[in-house]
Design a protein around this ligand. Structure first.
Ligand code: HEC
Ligand code: HEC
Ligand code: HEC
Ligand code: HEC
Length: 400
């Protein structure tokens, strides 16, 4: 097998492992205008297969370095909030350049809404996966954070606590579960011996994990084998008594819904949990609860929390109407999207528009829209991430 192709396949395997079975849930809230709530599932694993396979995005694009280099690496496109709106508008804004390339090179790939959701889910996870850790920095962390005083790694270090390399070799999820489950018995001794609870930031945990595991790459491990729907069940069982999601749940700990900023890579999320362990454990004890997690439960909770960050952007139809006009969509589609001879009436076929289906419509009609804009000398309308939710609300309004 030629090296490039082999590398590609290896990368795909890693990406699949890193994203396996993570279901991304887009929960669309029930609106007064009586759209039925949607529960779209985009699967990053399927998205990866489409991206590198049938839809041939990888002819031009790479993700985390693997793929073509004609067009931007899409994992470098780090989604802001809302992630969906951000990715969709990135694609929209670059449509003219992209469509010109695609037209010149091959037959144009068709994408339905499910495929688009899968690809966006894949890009979202890929942009938030752990980069390879630094083993030297990890050894330093192990010393500096004081772990070495009690734990050994491959026989060097203290022996009052378990040797850690086997558990780290199990990957980020196993490591996180072990830390979480042992935090209760560790907090006393650790704070006594070290004088304080050692906190982690940035890439610390990633580096530590690579060192402790002996160089087993975190990203090659099945660290993200979580299922968001199962994670929601775990969350309700183990976390919701203290944490709320969109206001539903306990108020003892911080709200963990999409507006609350949290890191999404497995090891950065692990750092956040670790830093807060003393407060959580103290409260759990006071409430007579010891939140012990099974191995897959940790992965599932992480998948659930990540999926919350991938929400459908919400918006206002009134702002949307303004955006539609100010950005120049109305030039061709009319002030109320009623259609002109330059562009059709915009009407969702069947279900209401979502960010995914609007992006799918762009993908389908984009080349013609771009042509039309060029013919007429109209500048391509540039959108901002927040516009998308507003546009969707505007296009879905019931009365015209
Ligand atoms: C024939 C080459 C080609 C193919 C195939 C292609 N693209 Fe692109 N894409 C481009 C180019 C070129 C740009 C940058 C255009 C510009 O900036 O003017 C781009 C830009 C983008 C952007 C915006 C990137 C950013 O950094 O803001 C996204 C997202 C994107 N493409 C997604 C896709 C997806 C998903 C597929 C597959 C369904 C795909 N592209 C297939 C050439 C391609
Ligand atoms: C004061 C001693 C002490 C220090 C310092 C300490 N630990 Fe521990 N650690 C323990 C003990 C004791 C256990 C076993 C707890 C139990 O059995 O519940 C443990 C268990 C663990 C486990 C679970 C091991 C397993 O086999 O399941 C992990 C992971 C861990 N520690 C990580 C760390 C890290 C990372 C650091 C440094 C930031 C650290 N510990 C610092 C005493 C310590
Ligand atoms: C007994 C109450 C309690 C339970 C149960 C609990 N937590 Fe917490 N959690 C807290 C408290 C209190 C804090 C804030 C701690 C602090 O500020 O140091 C916190 C902090 C956090 C944070 C950090 C938030 C931030 O950005 O600062 C995360 C993430 C988190 N918890 C996740 C979870 C998950 C996931 C579960 C279920 C597996 C869970 N917690 C179970 C009480 C709890
Ligand atoms: C230069 C004229 C022009 C501009 C500007 C323009 N469009 Fe279009 N649009 C078109 C044309 C022409 C079509 C039909 C393309 C086809 O038939 O494939 C279309 C199709 C669409 C569709 C698909 C409609 C369907 O039936 O599924 C959507 C959605 C859409 N445009 C949204 C927008 C939005 C949102 C904007 C502003 C950000 C915009 N358009 C700006 C010309 C334009």
């Amino acid at each position: 097998m030629p090296g490039g192709r082999k590398q590609l396949l290896l990368w795909i395997a890693a990406a699949l492992a890193a994203t396996a079975a993570l279901a991304i849930i887009l929960i669309r809230e029930r609106r007064p205008d009586a759209r039925h709530s949607l529960y779209i599932v985009g699967d990053p694993q399927r998205g990866s297969t489409l991206f590198y396979g049938a839809k041939q995005c990888s002819i031009c694009h790479s993700v985390n370095g693997t793929g073509g280099h004609i067009a931007p690496d899409l994992a470098a496109t780090r989604p802001g909030m809302p992630a969906m709106g951000w990715l969709a508008t990135a694609m929209w804004n670059h449509a003219p350049g992209m469509f010109r390339r695609i037209r010149g090179s091959q037959s144009y790939p068709q994408l339905d809404s499910q495929e688009m959701a899968d690809i966006l889910a894949f890009l979202f996870r890929a942009a938030n996966s752990d980069r390879p850790g630094d083993i030297v920095a990890g050894a330093d962390i192990f010393q500096r954070k004081g772990c070495v005083q009690c734990h050994s790694v491959r026989s060097s270090g203290g022996h009052s606590a378990p040797e850690l390399s086997a558990i780290a070799a199990g990957g980020a999820t196993e490591w996180m579960s072990a830390m979480w489950n042992h935090a209760q018995s560790m907090i006393g001794p650790v704070t006594t011996v070290l004088g304080q609870w050692p906190e982690f930031s940035g890439n610390d945990m990633n580096n530590l994990l690579v060192y402790v595991s002996g160089g087993v790459g975190v990203e090659a491990k099945n660290e993200m084998a979580g299922d968001a729907e199962r994670g929601w069940t775990v969350f309700q069982k183990r976390c919701i008594q203290c944490h709320s999601v969109r206001g539903n749940g306990g108020k003892v700990g911080p709200e963990l819904g999409p507006e609350h900023e949290l890191p999404l890579s497995a090891t950065q999320f692990a750092s956040v949990l670790w830093n807060h362990a003393p407060a959580m454990v103290r409260l759990a004890r006071e409430n007579g609860a010891a939140p012990v997690l099974e191995k897959t439960e940790m992965a599932d909770v992480v998948a659930f929390v990540a999926s919350l960050r991938y929400v459908e952007p919400t918006g206002s139809r009134f702002v949307g109407e303004r955006v539609f006009n100010v950005r120049g969509c109305a030039r061709c589609h009319g002030a109320s999207a009623e259609g002109t001879q330059l562009g059709p009436e915009i009407q969702a076929h069947g279900d209401a528009y979502t960010a995914v289906s609007l992006t799918t419509a762009l993908w389908k009609h984009g080349p013609k829209m771009v042509d039309r804009a060029e013919e007429l000398g109209i500048a391509w309308p540039t959108l901002e991430a927040n516009d998308l939710g507003d546009l969707v609300s505007f296009l879905n309004r019931t009365e015209k």
